[in-house]
Design a protein around this ligand. Structure first.
Ligand code: NDP
Ligand code: ZN
Length: 179
């Protein structure tokens, strides 16, 4: 029920905040990393009108395994199979070279579950807005465009998932690519 959903989401926020505690975003102002997963969940409620507890908890947890010592086993035990499946779908294997990881996201985009696609779309939208707001340290215009072009390829394979997200992604990708 919705009270249990709320408890799951708060539990996710607590774990993500602790695990990302010392991490910063790549912008010049070194924004706390936790702003990102919270913002991804907020895009889902506010813009995509998604209120499913597992999807929102997974959105908040989506970078904990990729970027912190958090394990998939822990996510499965503490948050259950559904949250685990979504987080797994959102986690890149960091032991692979970056180019391979980027290509694998394109190759597997269409195969993900509906809920995983929602989190992946909101994640891309948040990151593209971050890039438009402020260019990360060490990035030039070309790299921002390369990122937008890669995002376009991933997102184009998840069409039919959520109209609001897809329209917002289309707009920002076109804007970044025409700069
Ligand atoms: P990265 O994967 O290195 O960086 C983007 C990721 O960083 C995001 O997906 C996001 O991931 C995270 N992130 C943290 N802070 C921010 C922020 N403020 N704004 C946006 N994202 C943030 O980028 P890519 O490797 O994809 O680089 C883009 C393109 O540039 C690629 O196509 C690549 O080929 C090319 N490239 C160019 C280089 C160059 O020097 N010219 C070097 C390397 C790549 P999360 O959601 O996990 O936080
Ligand atoms: Zn992310």
């Amino acid at each position: 029920n919705s009270c249990e959903d709320m408890a799951l989401v708060i539990k996710a926020a607590d774990l993500a905040a602790r695990r990302h505690r010392f991490q910063k975003r790549k912008d010049v102002r070194q924004t706390p990393y936790i702003n990102h997963p919270i913002g991804v969940a907020y895009i889902l409620t506010n813009e995509a009108k998604v209120y499913d507890g597992a999807t929102l908890a997974a959105a908040i947890l989506h970078d904990t395994v990729e970027d912190t010592k958090t394990t998939f086993e822990e996510i499965q035990q503490e948050f259950g199979q559904e949250v685990y499946d979504i987080v797994k779908g959102c986690t890149d294997d960091k032991s692979l070279p970056k180019d391979t990881r980027k290509q694998l996201q394109i190759d597997h985009a269409a195969e993900h579950s509906h809920k995983t696609k929602l989190v992946k779309l909101a994640d891309k939208l948040y990151n593209l807005r971050d890039l438009e707001r402020a260019t990360p340290i060490g990035w030039d215009k070309r790299r921002v465009k390369e990122y937008a072009e890669w995002a376009r390829q991933v997102v184009s394979r998840m069409k039919g998932t959520n109209e609001a997200l897809e329209m917002a992604l289309d707009d920002i990708i076109n804007r970044l690519l025409s700069k």
